[in-house]
Design a protein around this ligand. Structure first.
Ligand SMILES: Cc1cc2nc3c(=O)[nH]c(=O)nc-3n(C[C@H](O)[C@H](O)[C@H](O)COP(=O)(O)OP(=O)(O)OC[C@H]3O[C@@H](n4cnc5c(N)ncnc54)[C@H](O)[C@@H]3O)c2cc1C
Length: 406
């Protein structure tokens, strides 16, 4: 059985970041990465549409944490030690030039995830990190000092064990056998399916809205995009991430309420429409959108209120006016199912955050065992935040491992 100072299970983003930082901070330590697949860093390769959105230009820890539906509270401390600015510096010190796009997402200037992969592989080689592929870890046992790790074909021992297995649930059985609590996985970050007539003919329309889910506390605002299958855009993605568990319980069948205006209630909007009616009596309603709404959307909301295509404001009756206020402030759409957002499968669930000491990413119960990256019940909205979680955990765990091993 070969012995190492540190064995890392999982050759993904978090595994490599931990390994490289351990070996950089203490080059004397022997480090092994065990990866089940034929290739390491597979998710990095496909990330960000092949461009790898490494992090996000948000440099205030207390603001950064707001992008994590699960992990907001726990990441506050870690982000004060290692966050977005540190990530940028880390890559730039290793020759990876980064750029910030208008929406805050940060990519390699090369626009290729291969740049990040090459950086990791070159660093690993330079530092003498051993990488063993096609080594599915099936068991790990605590020893008096350190750990014994079993793959399908081999056995290794380590002073320190790092679990960086991402959202693969197979390893959870071993973790729960050792008394670690895990939270069942559910999808996060998805778009909503709806066959509603009001949106069937207007895909591509984008509007700033307020959205909520009937009979829940879920509520947010932001840009919404009407798609061929329903709704997408940042407002919907946020609802899906914060509502991952609630929407799963509803089996993705629920009523979405959209406020297309800045009015905070129906009661505030209704008298305003009365004034519009009086001031613009000769205008054709359908042809003169209010609140800068796109013409095609306005037409659909007007028709859904029972107002005819050529009807003038003067001829709009009370019932129609009330219906229009309802359509504008609380349009209800039945949602029936979800779709994946740009192939980005983000999963909520993983090791319960109460199991981790976020000062060093060590298990509270298992000595010399660290857990980093997506294996934890932490996930974020799209924009580079999920990788930031992997980098932060990897760096802090590496610091703790090397401090302990001096
Ligand atoms: C299509 C797509 C695009 C994405 N784009 C972005 C983006 O641009 N920016 C962003 O911030 N986030 C993005 N994400 C999310 C991001 O990829 C993950 O948050 C991140 O990869 C998590 O890193 P990790 O190391 O924890 O897990 P992973 O990268 O999943 O790595 C875990 C590794 O462990 C291995 N493993 C699992 N079990 C075992 C075992 N028993 N034995 C040995 N090895 C094992 C796996 O094979 C894998 O290689 C994207 C996700 C997807 C799916």
């Amino acid at each position: 059985m070969k012995s190492y100072d540190v064995v890392i299970v999982g050759g993904g983003a978090a595994g490599f970041f931990t390994a490289i930082n351990v070996a950089t901070l203490n080059p004397k330590l022997s480090v092994l990465i065990l990866e089940r697949a034929k290739n390491v860093l597979q998710k990095v390769r496909i990330s960000g549409g092949g461009r790898c959105n490494v992090t996000h230009a948000e440099f205030i820890p207390n603001e950064l944490v707001k992008n994590y539906p699960r992990g907001e509270k726990e990441l506050r401390g870690p982000f004060h030690s290692f966050m977005t600015g540190d990530t940028m510096e880390w890559f730039e010190q290793r020759g990876v030039a980064l750029k910030i796009e208008d929406d805050g997402r940060i990519f390699p200037v090369s626009n290729s995830s291969e740049t990040i992969i090459n950086c990791f592989l070159e660093e690993a080689e330079k530092l003498g990190i051993e990488i063993k592929k096609q080594q599915l870890v099936v068991d790990f046992k605590p020893l008096d000092l350190g750990w014994e790790i079993h793959t399908k074909s081999d056995k290794f021992s380590a002073q320190k064990l790092v679990i960086a297995t991402g959202s693969q649930t197979k390893i959870w059985k071993q973790l729960s056998d050792l008394g670690i609590k895990t939270i069942a996985p559910v999808p996060s970050l998805f778009t909503f399916n709806s066959r509603d007539n009001r949106i069937a003919s207007i895909p591509g329309v984008a509007v700033q809205v307020g959205v909520s889910v009937n009979q829940t506390k879920l509520k947010t605002e932001g840009p919404l995009l009407i798609t061929h299958w329903g709704f997408s855009g940042p407002a919907i993605l946020k609802l899906s991430a914060w509502g991952a568990r609630v929407l799963h319980e509803l089996n993705y069948k629920f009523d979405l309420v959209v406020n297309w205006t800045k009015f905070d209630s129906f009661e505030a909007c209704r008298p305003f429409l009365q004034d519009i009616k009086e001031e613009n009596s000769k205008q054709i309603v359908a042809k003169n959108p209010l609140y800068e709404l796109p013409k095609r959307l306005w037409l659909q909301l007007v028709l859904a209120s029972g107002i005819f295509e050529n009807q003038r404001w003067a001829d709009v009756n009370k019932k129609q006016l009330t219906a229009l206020a309802n359509q504008l402030v609380r349009s209800t759409f039945h949602i029936d199912g979800k779709s994946t957002f740009k192939d980005e499968f983000v999963t909520a669930g993983g090791v319960d955050l109460k199991e981790i000491n976020f000062k060093n990413y060590q298990s509270n119960k298992l000595k010399d065992c660290y857990l980093v990256g997506e294996v934890l019940n932490i996930d974020a909205i799209t924009g580079g935040f999920n990788f930031q979680n992997a980098w932060t955990g990897g760096y802090i765990a590496a610091q703790s491992i090397t401090n302990d091993s001096v």
